[in-house]
Unconditional design. Sequence first.
Length: 269
Amino acid sequence: MGGTHAVITPVNVHEETVDFSLYWVRDLYNDVVDEAVVEGTRLGVRVDAARFYTSVKPVLDLDKVCQYPNDTAYVSKSGVADPCCQWLDAKIPCDVYSDKDGFERFWNDDVFRRLRKGRNFPSCQVCVLSRVFDELSFHFTPKLKGQLISANRLSEMEGESDFPDAELIRLCVKNRLDLPALQRTLLRFDVSTDELHTIEEKGLGALPSLDRACWDAFRMSDPPSAPVDLAFAGVFAGIGWGPPIYEAQNHVSARWIAAGNVASLCSAV
């Protein structure tokens, strides 16, 4: 088709589609994305997509980050509208088509005035701006979040329980370790992924023991005996590798060895 740039955008789930969320197939999704980006690079197409286990949760002042009530207006022909796409509170009357002063009243509604003073509505508490791809609630539609709030169920998904690997991800990003690749490797050899949390205790010093556990499991497996082609920015098993890099314009994909300066290669997946 002649395209040079593709963006893979996740679709938020409703109550009836929650079982189909990407959140439940995180590792499979990461593998498919890696394969797609490698193929895109080969074809000269830049592919952008979020991956699980790569996002560090930011510390945000929502009052400063969110500018929707200051410079954006969502209007509708239905007669009511929302301040933003994440809104799940009561809608605001909005008649901008038959009333010449309708927008003025909408823009200066009490809800907008209160929002400009502080982002403290229930909608703001679950806003996607303050969430990362690894959090379950990131993948919910505002409507589903509203239903959970009404049923007093959203609190079950709040806090650290919604992002259990936050510290592990932070340390891997800091040390330029590709956590999705580590996760993939341990799963490939049936080594418990709980072992990855030793990185929280030992940092890069945890890599030799992880490598040894995978190597021992590899020796007991039935590895392929024929030569295989490996895309180092793609899906393979190995410990100590950094995040993949892609230069679609040059048809080049590669992967750095991470901060530990040593990396292993066990097998093609």
